[in-house]
Design a protein around this ligand. Structure first.
Ligand SMILES: [Zn+2]
Length: 512
């Protein structure tokens, strides 16, 4: 029997800290349900003290999932720990994850604490967390740059205080695989009581080594990996769940370890996270990139057709890719529609399902075949929207080869209908200039991407925009058969999110 490696997913906490990846409560709950379908061991649902939204999301997830442990992050501070305990109260299985920095540079400049004080605070926090729950994880933030002898002191003390998992984060992504593995081995040899607790690794991808470092940690004795779907996370991101899980599965011979992840749910999870965050996966990304299982070269195609294993180490169906892409048409009923959504990882009901089904019918009326990718676009467009502070009622665009294009939009705001016309250098620019004039400020557009969701001239066009408001990025998606309509919807969604977030209290975000 090989060793069981626990998968601790932090898409909803560390992943959400990626620029432009903010998610609202319903989006997070949807992702949490998909993580449950993946069968992850632990879901880090958020950082309870950081904002009201984070707190509510953790609470909702605690109600929504049954099997995985629901975890909240908290600093080694009493009120943080209380907020975490409060947020996870309803969860069937719960964990508090508390952390404090242990590297000289963090202790001196960030915490302004001497090492002995850090150790004392760590122990107090673990004891306090333990008064609320049995399952307590402790992290030494920036462990990768901490003195190993100091880590031994801190970890020995927190285990004695009741920590059941100790996490070793390479917070800044500085470690190399050998170095990190040897650190884990050193701790395993020197920390008293370590054999009775879980050893976790949390790696960042600044040097492209997150997956390699996490696997090296496992080789040297770690039995929990912290990771995210699509590898999203602070800066260059985290260890990607799909990579470590598939590496352990395909090379079980090498690692002598296994996870209990249902790998057939990987693609659905990846697409759901892409759709919610608007952050596309690069085409050549391992496991979940669009090209990961595509064979361009003729000699490869020929080989794969004759015998798949000639050029493939995994079967695409292992990660939930189906070869049969055609799904639904205009005669498909609600049941077939909802069933197909389930297989794609969306579990909609009530109003959400009705809205999505209505939209599906109108797309199916205009298009012969509705493919999986169309369904992803429909769901992300219909369900994951910010409150519609400004609502698009109608628009018309006048554009010709001579003269300036102009756009006239009718929007609704607070029950009032408003109409305005502006000129622009192009049709899309004219629409955006009109919206800027109507909301009363110029919006800082940083990205405008048009994707044809499926092939053909009758394809559903999807537009993704990102706008910047100070430090924050907001993304909007819009899909429609008319790309100008999709452009207007995408821009308004981003603007609505921006206005909505401005009205919420600012949040504290840790660097873990
Ligand atoms: Zn992190």
């Amino acid at each position: 029997m090989t060793r069981h490696i626990k998968i601790f997913d932090t898409t909803l906490r560390d992943g959400e800290q990626s620029p432009g990846c903010s998610m609202n409560t319903s989006e997070k709950v949807e992702i949490a349900k998909q993580l449950e379908a993946l069968n992850v061991d632990i879901i880090e649902a958020g950082f309870a003290i950081s904002s009201k939204g984070d707190f509510e999301s953790i609470q909702e997830i605690s109600y929504a999932v049954k099997q995985p442990i629901v975890c909240s992050l908290c600093r080694a501070v009493k009120k943080d720990i209380e907020a975490a305990a409060d947020a996870i109260r309803a969860a069937r299985n719960k964990r508090i994850h508390t952390f404090i920095a242990t590297s000289p540079i963090h202790m001196k400049h960030k915490l302004k604490m001497i090492p002995d004080k850090v150790l004392e605070t760590a122990v107090e926090s673990v004891k306090y967390a333990k008064s609320f729950v049995e399952d307590v994880e402790f992290s030494c933030e920036d462990a990768g740059r901490s003195e190993p002898t100091f880590l031994v002191r801190v970890l020995t003390a927190v285990i004695k205080a009741g920590a059941t998992t100790i996490n070793i984060p390479d917070t800044v992504g500085y470690q190399t695989p050998d170095e990190f593995g040897i650190l884990i081995a050193y701790l395993k040899d020197h920390v008293e009581g370590i054999d009775a607790v879980d050893i976790s690794v949390h790696c960042h991808d600044d040097l492209g080594l997150a997956t390699a470092n996490a696997l090296s940690g496992v080789l040297y004795g770690a039995n929990q990996i912290e990771c995210t779907i699509n590898g999203i996370g602070e800066r260059a991101g985290n260890t990607s769940l799909e990579e470590v899980v598939m590496a352990l599965k395909v090379r079980e011979d090498q690692y002598q370890c296994h996870t209990t992840i249902n790998t057939k749910e990987i693609m659905a999870a990846s697409r759901l996270v892409t759709s919610v965050t608007g952050s596309e996966v690069q085409a050549n990304k391992a496991i979940v990139g669009a090209n990961a299982f595509a064979h361009e070269a003729g000699i490869h195609q020929d080989g794969v057709l004759k015998q798949r294993e000639t050029y493939e180490i995994m079967d695409a169906t292992m990660v939930g890719l189906s070869k049969n892409k055609l799904v639904l048409g205009k005669h498909s009923g609600r049941h077939a529609f909802s069933g197909q959504l389930n297989t794609l990882g969306y579990h909609l009901s009530g109003d959400d399902l009705n809205k999505a089904f209505e939209r599906f019918k109108s797309v199916a009326d205009q298009k012969k075949e509705v493919l999986d990718d169309d369904l992803h676009a429909i769901v992300s467009d219909e369900i994951y929207t910010a409150p519609e502070i400004y609502k698009l009622i109608s628009f018309s665009v006048h554009s010709q080869s001579t003269g300036q294009p102009n756009a006239t939009l009718v929007l609704e705001n607070d029950g009032e209908t408003m109409t305005h016309t502006s000129e622009g250098v192009g049709a899309v620019n004219a629409i955006y200039a009109t919206i800027d004039a109507m909301i009363g400020e110029p919006v800082n557009l940083v990205d405008y991407i048009v994707h044809s969701v499926t092939g053909g001239t009758d394809a559903l066009g999807k537009v993704t925009v990102r706008i910047r408001d100070g430090e924050r990025l907001f993304k909007g998606n819009g899909s429609a058969l008319d790309v100008l309509m999709a452009s207007a919807k995408a821009y308004l969604e981003a603007v609505n999110k921006m206005l909505y977030f401005r009205s919420r209290p600012s949040s504290v975000k840790p660097y873990l």
